[in-house]
Design a protein around this ligand. Structure first.
Ligand code: G3P
Length: 248
């Protein structure tokens, strides 16, 4: 083994640490929205593990962004990303500290810039969780993980938009992280349809974040609807009721 590979803090492993932990047994589903109505509705299904927001999503909602973030945290007990808007490290750290003080569930989202990396180093040293966002290359993800980011967010759809296969980026990051012991989860973001979610799960992404419309599309299948209708039509012919029997 080379000295570089054996450097302290890094261990050659076939499986990254996140996957070995019991809660990492299945890809987590995050919603990419700041709409409280959508989040409250989706929460009733019990399968939403967290929320990602960004300045654009919060700007679409009526009300104070900080109050919205706190309400989201009260609705979903999982990581809730709130993004800094400063562009210098000092400002990002100040905003990140403030965001993290709003609720224990808040994860500070910092953009993957030089200043964002500096801020990530400071914030994570203080024990705050950082989601490094706007990741468009594997080296960016590597640097984010080294800076201590708890999550990296490769933007799949936005790469697809410029004729670059976004899913290949997710795959590259997973492959790289699999070699090491980073405590950093791969959060496949900018997922635009069910196929993106399927591909992310096939690759073993830790998390997929998606708009509510994509989340709802995951449930739907026309054969389920047709099958259910037939079951119910056939059952109707028996004139039996399940509830009456169950009550006896
Ligand atoms: O999670 C990142 C997301 O908000 C970006 O999605 O569809 O605007 O590229 P999109």
């Amino acid at each position: 083994m080379s000295a570089r590979l054996a450097a302290p803090g890094y261990h050659l492993k076939g499986v990254r640490r996140g996957r070995a932990s019991p809660e990492a047994g299945i890809m987590k589903i995050f919603l990419d929205t700041a709409s409280l109505a959508e989040i409250r509705e989706a929460a009733t299904l019990g399968v939403v593990d967290g929320i990602t927001t960004n300045p654009s999503l919060l700007a679409k909602e009526k009300g104070d962004p900080e109050e919205i973030l706190v309400e989201i945290c009260k609705t979903i007990d999982g990581p809730i990303s709130g993004e800094v808007v400063a562009t210098d490290a000092e400002g990002m750290v100040r905003e990140g500290r403030h965001l993290a003080s709003l609720h224990k569930n808040i994860v500070v989202k910092c953009p993957c810039t030089t200043e964002g990396l500096k801020a990530t180093k400071v914030l994570t040293a203080e024990g705050k969780r950082v989601n490094m966002t706007l990741i468009f290359s594997a080296p960016q993800a590597l640097l984010a993980a080294k800076a201590g980011a708890r999550f990296v967010s490769p933007f799949v759809g936005r790469l697809d938009d410029i004729a670059t296969p976004g899913m290949e980026l997710v795959s590259d990051i997973i492959q790289i992280f699999d070699h090491y012991d980073f405590d950093c989860e791969v959060l496949a973001a900018s997922l635009r349809g069910p196929m993106h979610v399927l591909e992310a799960a096939r690759m073993g992404a830790d998390i997929g974040t998606m708009p509510t419309s994509v989340f709802q599309a995951l449930v739907k299948h026309p054969l389920t609807d047709i099958g259910l209708k037939k079951f119910l039509d056939d059952w109707e012919k028996t004139k039996a009721t399940l509830v009456a029997k169950a009550a006896r």
